[in-house]
Design a protein around this ligand. Structure first.
Ligand code: XMP
Length: 327
């Protein structure tokens, strides 16, 4: 059975050897808990669910079914990477659901941020529940709950259950093999399990995904501008050695246009806003000092490579007064 509390004597997992010991222990625990039964996991591709998937694949192989829901609001290359790593390389039972149209149709014309979040969260549960109902004989639901989630939910800060809110007919027993780990420990374990660096050291990414960065009512063309500009920003940060050093960096596309000039012609297009921040706990944040040269290079690329964009701005606002996301 899973340990309910993190023992005070527990050594912080900082080395591959400690990670290997944790993995061996968890594999034994998972096998003891699950036996011959079947487990379901919502695999987002984030660090926590990816590490849980890799652990369960090692422990119980095909008794695990992973469901990866693409809500159409993921970053460029993410669904492809989840399929490559888990299906192709780890030979997992992976169900890939491309629900892009469903989500974007429901979101069409909705501009209120909270309503957008509710639609995305609600639809996610619905799609996941539909897939779960198609499967036979599932007893357990695996979750990437980590120790800070438990602490925060104990203190009433947030409800931690990632796939919480499943309908009554889908009440499974939980398997939470990383629940006593801190985030940095999850990364060490993920590395020891052979997950790729860009998955293990990935920056935080909100559940509603690019939906909170495509301001106002989401349109497919503006969403594409968010996705493509984000990919350019990540590529340039990687080349400049900033990936893994800056806590979070991304782009935002607001729902207004301004006049610009392209190929000698007047164009009405969107601006892209760049945000790059550092923080310890996301409660406050400082702005990354990005060189003017790099900002100019990113601007050049985004304004020339991303359709419908004629300006690039850098957000100089710390938190407070700004939040990290725009919404
Ligand atoms: P804000 O914008 O409130 O964000 O300064 C603080 C941190 O939380 C992330 N964030 C989310 N993470 N689901 C998540 O898992 C969400 O709905 C969500 N909204 C914001 C944000 O990216 C930042 O790291």
């Amino acid at each position: 059975m899973p340990v309910l509390t993190r023992p005070e004597s527990m050594e912080r997992i900082t080395t591959p050897a400690l990670a290997e010991a944790f993995i061996a222990e968890q594999i034994a625990d998972i096998r003891a808990q699950v036996g011959e039964k079947k487990v379901l996991l919502a695999l987002s591709g984030g660090v926590d669910s990816s590490v849980v998937a890799a652990l369960l694949i090692k422990a119980i192989g095909k008794q695990l079914t992973c469901v990866h829901v693409n809500h159409g609001l993921l970053r460029k290359g993410e669904p492809e990477q989840v399929i490559r790593v888990f299906k192709d390389e780890m030979d997992a039972n992976l169900i890939y659901v491309d629900a892009t149209d469903r989500f974007l149709d429901k979101l069409a014309g909705v501009s209120d941020p909270e309503t957008k979040r509710k639609i995305i969260g609600g639809e996610f549960i619905e799609v996941f529940a539909e897939e779960a109902r198609k499967l036979e004989g599932i007893t357990f639901l695996a979750q990437g709950t980590i120790w800070p989630d438990i602490l925060e939910s104990e203190h009433g800060i947030k409800a931690h259950h990632n796939a919480g809110g499943l309908p009554e007919d889908l009440k499974f027993e939980l398997v939470e093999p990383v629940r006593i780990l801190f985030k940095d420990e999850v990364r060490v374990v993920g590395k020891a399990l052979g997950l790729p660096d860009n998955m293990v050291y990935r920056q935080p990414f909100p559940g509603p995904g690019l939906g909170v960065r495509c301001l106002g009512a989401i349109t497919r063309d503006r969403l594409e501008a968010v996705r493509e500009s984000d990919a350019i920003l990540r590529e340039e940060f990687q080349k400049a050695g900033l990936a893994g050093k800056v806590w979070q960096y991304f782009t935002i596309v607001p729902d207004f246009r301004s006049v610009g000039i392209k190929d000698g012609r007047r164009v009405d297009e969107w601006p892209v806003i760049l945000r790059a921040v550092n923080t310890r706990d996301a409660m406050t944040a400082t702005v990354q000092d990005v060189s003017f040269e790099l900002l100019a290079k990113i601007t050049e690329r985004i304004t020339h490579e991303v359709k419908g964009v004629n300006r690039v701005l850098y957000d100089l606002t710390p938190k407070p007064t700004g939040t990290i996301e725009w919404e």
